[in-house]
Structure formats: structure tokens, C-alpha cells
Design a protein around this ligand. Structure first.
Ligand code: HEM
Ligand SMILES: *[C@@H]1O[C@H](CO)[C@@H](O)[C@H](O)[C@H]1NC(C)=O
Ligand SMILES: *[C@@H]1O[C@H](CO)[C@@H](O)[C@H](O)[C@H]1NC(C)=O
Ligand SMILES: *[C@@H]1O[C@H](CO)[C@@H](O)[C@H](O)[C@H]1NC(C)=O
Length: 594
């Protein structure tokens, strides 16, 4: 072959390769650019390779308090539609966002062709790959849920979880009493205390009150140990200046568990969660935390089995104990010997327990964070609730002891229920609930291909702002009959965004203060709905009940300086407020619990 031919062959090959390359790039590009579902509105400027991502980033950078969710709300408003599509992953399908309660209710409660989408589970997948949150709603999921259903029964909650939560909140009250005495009317940052207390609540629920790691006790010791110099610095501060308190030494086990719950924040909003998890869980710090957490849980399980053997399973003090009893019963039913010490049992329990902590920690502390904010900012609601509590426990007197856990769980206080429901409605601790279409279907009159993710907004239209007008013929048949037969729930658009517990109250006809709590007064999606709704919600209601009662019984929450009274939220794992400060005035002087 002479040079000329070689050149020619190379040239031909090269041009061939070049054309092939160009074609595949083009093909890739075509695959990657967003492909909208016909008829569903979207922002035309997003039809580029990166879809809505640049606009989301810009929105978050430019808008004070801007998050992914505020971006969606803004787009929905400007596109003027209760169903829009956004593009957040190249090569991915469009992502639908639904801002309409009746259709969301229908999807979550009744429509079998919508099931759990991976989006929610992705947030915890790297740390608890086997949690039932990841499963489709099938027999495996049912069996998993059955294993832990006893933990949310009234009897477990009242007899086991309640007393532990109460004990733990009592410690917080003692800590805050000490802090408010020192701060003497000045505000301080409550976030860490709330965060630690929520963690303690979950470890208490999981391992019982004998769990030796407390998050609040070290803080109590540290504040008790403040020296004269530290106190003098505080006394010189102005009345609106923040007081800083020492935090105390956190135990290694609790720090490990807390650090792991915080990794969830690194994954939130990330387009490729699996990669992020692979990266996060390889960090030496996180690997070490995982090991410490596992040792700690395994030890608690061993303790549980020992307790079971010593008491023949008669004493149940924690979720661990309950799961051991369950395994015993299951084994009996299946005619086998229980496998208490098997690796499988230990791993399974351990993962479930840790799953509760992961799913519950950020969300619960966020809800409690917002609780403090609303109470301080709505003094008339705060005093109405305090009065309702006083009336519910008339024998305790104005400054006597706090209500006991039994008194709290066995007394009906409609206004308290209403305040809790309203905090959950307004806080939107988890702002979206996802489902995926498992078959081709329809939504608001549009064809939706199998595999499409539908994000139902927990905030926004119908929930916290006026609902869209949806022509009834576009609704699903079941949703249409709800509307026709007057079963569909809606809030009065006037005042829908206001924090107003009264919306959950039915006033009696005439004779004075007879009021009733109506949990179905209007739209609420804080815990999702239906079969796949939040597993832990009863625990959350119980904790908020104890929290509100003890806090209001013992303190008056005063408004904080304007700079920290904003309603901005940053979306970490959940929708948490960026400022949580308290300014307290003590009411009763006796110790909460002895
Ligand atoms: C204020 C606190 C909490 C909020 C706002 C919250 C909210 C939610 C929401 C919106 C969902 C999705 C529901 C759906 O898709 O329909 C969910 C699921 C779940 N939550 Fe919670 N949650 C909270 C606390 C907890 C706690 C304390 C636990 C554990 C004890 C927990 C365990 C779970 C689990 C396991 C799931 C998945 C259920 C399944 O897929 O079957 N949550 N939660
Ligand atoms: C579409 O996105 C662009 C860029 O973020 C924004 O300026 C515009 O207002 C959006 N239009 C609509 C109708 O939402
Ligand atoms: C249930 O679905 C999961 C995936 O979400 C799958 O791994 C499991 O095998 C399914 N179980 C049954 C009984 O079909
Ligand atoms: C509560 O709010 C504070 C901001 O003051 C934040 O730092 C903290 O992480 C929040 N806690 C949670 C997990 O909601």
C-alpha cells in the first residue's frame, strides 16, 4: 500500500467515525433533552439539556428563603395550572407536580395504579437499604409493616412510648427553666435543644428509658456548671441580645446517630442519589459513625433479649422489646423456635429501629421547631391553648405540678388537637409526597405514561393558598362523585394561608364552650395519606401533645426580636425554619417530674 492509499483509508475511517460520533452525540442529545407529556404546561425556557435545573439554582440563589418547593409553587402560579411538568434529570422522564387536593386524595387513597416512587426512599437508601419505605405496596411490604405494627397501637403508645417521651421532655423543661432563669428575658437559640430532644425521643421509643445515652443531661450539667464569669457576661447583655449556652459533651453513640441522620441532607435535591450515597458512606467519618451506631443497636438488642428471658416477655419497655415479643409470637404461629440471636433477627431489628430514627429525627425536630415559632408569634392562640389546658386539668392549680403522662394521654382537649393539626398543616415538614404510575393512566384529563412520577404538593394550592378551579369533567370518576356528593374537602380561600387552629374546631350550638375537634375539616397532607401514609404519625401526635402541654404549662413564650422571627425555611431533608429562637417567661416553679 502506498502512502496515498493509507491516507485515503485512514481518512475514510476517520470521517466515518466522526459521522458516527456526531450522530451518537446528536442521539444522546435528543435522548437527554426534556420530552414533555403533551398538553401539560411547562416553562418553555426549560426545554434545554439541563431542563429546569439552572432556573431552580438561580431561583434559590436570588430569592430569600427560596427552595425547590418555592420554585415549583412559583412556576405553578405563572403557568396557571394545578398540574405542571418539570425537568430535573437529563435522560429522565418529565416529573409531574400536582397542586390540587381532591386529585391528590384520590391518587393516595384509591388509585391502585399509583405506588410509592423511589424519590422519598432515596433520601435514606444509603443507610437503610432494606427499610419498607423502598418497597412497592406488595406482600413483602405488608409483611414488613406487620412486623412493626404493634408499635403504633394505642396501648404501646400510652404505656410504653408515652412515659419515655414524657421523662425526656421533663428534662428539657428542667433545662429550659435553668436557661430562662439565667437569660432573664433575653432570647436564645433553641434549635440544638430541640434537635437533641427529638433524637432522645426516638432513642427512648426504640430502646426504652434505660438507654444510657441522654442528649439533654450533658447540656443540663454544662449549664449548671457555668461559672460566675460566664454569668456576668450574660448579665451585661442588652434585653434583646442573644444568650449563648454551653452545650455539654455529646456521647459518642448519640453523635454517631445524629451525624448519620444529617447525611440525609446531603442527598436531598441531588439528581443522582445512589452516587451521592456511595460517596457519603465511604467517608471515614461516616464509616466510623455507622460502626458505632451498629455496635450500639446490637448491644441494645442483646439487652432486650436478656430482659425478655428474665421476665419471660412480660415487661415491655421499648420498641426493641416489642419486636422480640413479636418474633416469639410469629415463631409460635409458624411452628419454629424463635431466632432471637440470629444475625438476621439482629440485622432486621437494627435496621428497622435505625430506619425509625432516620425517618423521624429531622421531621420531628422540624415540626417542634415550627411549634415554638407559631406559639411565640400568635400570643392569643398561645393563651387560649393554655386556658384550655388549665380547664382540662382543673385540680392542678395555676402553678402546681405539670399534668402527668396519664393525665395527658387520657384527657380529651379539642383545642390542643386543633393546634397540633394546624402546626402540621402550616409547617409542611415534608413538603411533597411522591407516587409513580405503575401503568399508563390519566390525570386531570391528560394521558400519563407508565413510570411517570407524580409529586403531590403538601403545601400550596388547596392546602395553603386558594385552590385552582378545575373543571369537574377533568377529574377521575371517583373524584367526580366526591365532588357531586359533597364529600370533597376544601378550605375557605379567605384566610387559607393563616395559622388558625379554629379551622379544625366545631363550635357547639349555643351552650358556651362546648367545642369539638374535627380532623376531617379540610385538606391536610402532612403525613401523606392512605396505605403508604407515614408510619410514625401516631408517635408524632403523642410527642407533640406532651411537648405542647409541658411547654405551655411551664412557660410563656414571648415574641423574639424581628430579625429572627422570619418564616423562611431552608430545605435540608425537611422544610425547617432558618431561625428558631425562644424567649421564655417561667410560669410554674415546681419541678416537672421527680
Ligand atoms: C413530624 C414528623 C413527621 C412527618 C411530617 C412525616 C411525614 C411523612 C410523609 C409525608 C411520608 C410519606 C407518606 C406518603 O407517601 O403518603 C412519611 C412516610 C414514612 N414515615 Fe414519616 N413523618 C414524620 C415522622 C416519622 C416518624 C417519627 C417515623 C418513625 C417512627 C416515621 C416513619 C415513616 C416511615 C417508615 C414512612 C414510610 C412508610 C411506607 O412507605 O410505608 N415518620 N412520613
Ligand atoms: C420560565 O423560566 C424563566 C427562567 O427561570 C423565568 O424567567 C420565567 O418567568 C418562567 N416563565 C414561566 C411562565 O414560569
Ligand atoms: C415487592 O416489591 C419489591 C420491590 O419494590 C420486590 O423486591 C419484592 O420482591 C416484591 N415482593 C413480592 C412478594 O412481589
Ligand atoms: C431548627 O431550626 C434551626 C434554625 O434555628 C436549625 O439550625 C435546626 O437544624 C432546626 N432543627 C431541625 C432539624 O429542624
Amino acid at each position: 500500500m502506498d502512502i496515498d492509499t493509507t491516507f485515503h483509508v485512514t481518512w475514510t475511517t476517520l470521517s466515518f467515525v466522526a459521522v458516527a460520533l456526531a450522530l451518537s452525540v446528536l442521539r444522546l442529545y435528543q435522548l437527554a433533552i426534556p420530552k414533555p407529556i403533551p398538553g401539560i404546561p411547562y416553562n418553555k425556557t426549560s426545554k434545554k439539556l439541563l431542563g429546569d435545573v439552572p432556573a431552580i439554582v438561580e431561583h434559590m440563589a436570588k430569592t430569600e428563603g427560596g427552595t425547590f418547593v418555592t420554585y415549583i409553587l412559583k412556576s405553578m402560579e405563572s403557568l396557571d395550572s394545578p398540574l405542571i411538568q418539570i425537568f430535573i434529570r437529563p435522560f429522565g422522564k418529565p416529573h409531574l407536580v400536582l397542586g390540587d387536593y381532591p386529585e391528590a386524595y384520590d391518587i393516595l387513597m384509591r388509585r391502585r395504579e399509583f405506588d410509592r416512587s423511589p424519590t422519598l426512599g432515596d433520601l435514606v437508601k444509603g443507610l437503610t437499604p432494606d427499610l419498607h419505605i423502598h418497597l412497592k405496596t406488595n406482600d413483602t411490604w405488608k409483611a414488613q409493616r406487620r412486623l412493626i405494627q404493634d408499635l403504633m397501637t394505642p396501648s404501646f403508645l400510652h404505656n410504653v412510648a408515652g412515659p419515655v417521651l414524657y421523662q425526656n421532655l421533663g428534662l428539657l423543661i428542667d433545662l429550659w427553666r435553668m436557661k430562662s432563669h439565667i437569660a432573664n428575658g433575653r432570647p436564645w437559640k433553641a434549635a440544638d435543644d430541640i434537635n437533641q430532644m427529638a433524637l432522645n425521643g426516638l432513642t427512648g421509643f426504640s430502646f426504652g428509658e434505660d438507654f444510657k445515652h441522654s442528649a439533654i443531661k450533658p447540656a443540663l450539667l454544662a449549664v449548671q456548671g457555668m461559672d460566675e464569669e460566664a454569668l456576668a457576661i450574660i448579665r451585661r447583655k442588652g434585653p434583646d441580645e442573644f444568650v449563648e449556652f454551653p452545650k455539654g459533651q455529646e456521647s459518642t453513640a448519640l453523635r454517631a446517630i445524629r451525624e448519620l441522620t444529617e447525611t440525609v441532607g446531603e442527598v436531598q435535591g441531588n439528581p443522582v442519589p445512589a452516587l451521592t450515597w456511595a460517596y457519603v458512606t465511604r467517608k471515614p467519618r461516616i464509616r466510623k459513625a455507622i460502626r458505632i451506631k451498629e455496635d450500639c443497636i446490637e448491644k441494645e438488642l442483646m439487652n432486650g433479649v436478656q430482659r425478655w428471658e428474665e421476665t419471660s416477655g412480660r415487661v415491655i419497655k421499648s420498641a426493641v422489646d416489642q419486636m422480640i415479643v413479636r418474633e416469639k409470637r410469629l415463631a409460635e404461629k409458624e411452628g419454629r423456635t424463635p431466632n432471637f440471636f440470629s444475625r438476621v433477627m439482629i440485622d432486621e431489628c437494627g435496621l428497622k429501629i435505625f430506619g425509625f430514627i432516620l425517618a423521624g429525627h429531622e421531621t420531628t425536630s422540624t415540626a417542634l421547631n415550627w411549634t415554638l415559632k407559631y406559639l411565640a408569634d400568635y400570643p392569643s392562640i398561645q393563651s387560649e391553648l393554655r386556658e384550655a389546658l388549665r380547664r382540662a386539668f382543673p385540680t392542678l392549680g395555676y402553678s402546681g405540678r405539670s399534668p402527668s403522662i396519664n393525665e395527658i394521654t387520657s384527657t380529651s382537649i379539642p383545642y390542643l388537637d386543633a393546634v397540633i393539626e394546624e402546626i402540621l398543616r402550616c409547617a409542611g415538614a415534608i413538603p411533597v409526597v411522591d407516587r409513580v404510575a405503575t401503568a399508563d393512566t390519566e390525570l386531570l384529563g391528560h394521558h400519563i405514561p407508565k413510570g411517570t412520577v407524580v409529586t403531590c404538593l403538601v403545601t400550596g394550592p388547596s392546602l395553603l393558598s386558594a385552590a385552582f378551579d378545575v373543571e369537574i369533567s377533568r377529574r377521575s370518576p371517583t373524584s367526580q362523585s366526591d365532588v357531586k356528593e359533597g364529600r370533597h374537602r376544601s378550605w375557605d380561600p379567605a384566610g387559607i394561608s393563616r395559622f388558625n387552629p379554629d379551622r379544625w374546631i366545631i363550635r357547639g350550638n349555643g351552650n358556651g364552650d362546648e367545642i369539638e375537634f374535627n380532623p376531617t375539616a379540610g385538606p391536610q397532607l402532612a403525613f401523606g395519606l392512605g396505605t403508604r401514609g407515614c408510619y410514625g404519625k401516631r408517635l408524632v401526635y403523642l410527642e407533640m401533645r406532651i411537648f405542647l402541654t409541658l411547654i405551655l404549662w411551664n412557660f410563656e413564650l414571648l415574641p423574639c426580636p424581628p430579625a429572627v422571627s422570619t418564616y423562611h425555611a431552608k430545605l435540608i431533608a425537611s422544610n425547617e425554619p432558618t431561625h428558631t429562637y425562644v424567649r421564655l417567661r417561667e410560669i410554674s416553679r415546681e419541678k416537672t417530674i421527680n
